[in-house]
Design a protein around this ligand. Sequence first.
Ligand SMILES: Cc1cc2nc3c(=O)[nH]c(=O)nc-3n(C[C@H](O)[C@H](O)[C@H](O)COP(=O)(O)OP(=O)(O)OC[C@H]3O[C@@H](n4cnc5c(N)ncnc54)[C@H](O)[C@@H]3O)c2cc1C
Ligand code: FES
Length: 220
Amino acid sequence: MPKRERRRVVAAEPVGPYTLLRVDRAGLKAGIPGQFFMLETPGRLLPRPMSVCLATPSELAFLIDPIGPGTRALCSVQTGAELAILGPLGNGFDLSVERPLLVGGGIGIAPFPYLSGTLGGPPAVLGFRSSWHAEAAALVPNAEVVIEPTYVTDAMPSGHDVLACGPEPMLDAVRKLAPRAQLAWEAPMACGYGACYGCAVEIDGELKRLCVEGPVLAAA
Ligand SMILES: Cc1cc2nc3c(=O)[nH]c(=O)nc-3n(C[C@H](O)[C@H](O)[C@H](O)COP(=O)(O)OP(=O)(O)OC[C@H]3O[C@@H](n4cnc5c(N)ncnc54)[C@H](O)[C@@H]3O)c2cc1C
Ligand code: FES
């Protein structure tokens, strides 16, 4: 069982509209790309799930989109503050793929810097709603960037093992084109380790607790 640990915030840096929250790693396991941590969120009762974005020997980093009160509070954390973090949690991507292609949309690119580094910099197709949001693509090597109204599915080459993360409509479109893709799904989470059933979602008629059976699931 992963342990809840308190870690110091090393920096909170803007990346386009997002914030890269870097925390002191101090012996924490980063896990497999696609796994996530529950981050204590100042002023909120429940922690928030965040994918591991970058893992260096001394730091873990999380790329955060300030879409609500919890994420806004996390983006405003001051350097030197301490946060309780729990992880790594869930199932990450299966890395035994021959021709990986990373396909991401918006904040869905968050796990890709770590994933790309682990897979040796495979090609990536990343979609954003504006060039400001697309500044985050600089974190992912070897990426082709598309901006709306062009979608990632317009630019996806065939013949690859697709690993995808992004909003639900994007994942639905990706799996129509790549039925064997690995897809990282999202649901609001309260505990992150299977106890509350708050993250249960119905996928193809089956209920799945995304925090333990996911967040990465096979498309088929
Ligand atoms: C496994 C996992 C990994 C994640 N990784 C990242 C990451 O790396 N970076 C990042 O910025 N965000 C990530 N998220 C999403 C992030 O956890 C939510 O945006 C955050 O919890 C919202 O909290 P809030 O208080 O800011 O907004 P809230 O007020 O809680 O939510 C704002 C709106 O978003 C909806 N919402 C909240 N959480 C989710 C969710 N998980 N899925 C779909 N809709 C949601 C709410 O219903 C509401 O409409 C991840 C989620 C999961 C499940
Ligand atoms: S978040 Fe509690 S069971 Fe998944």
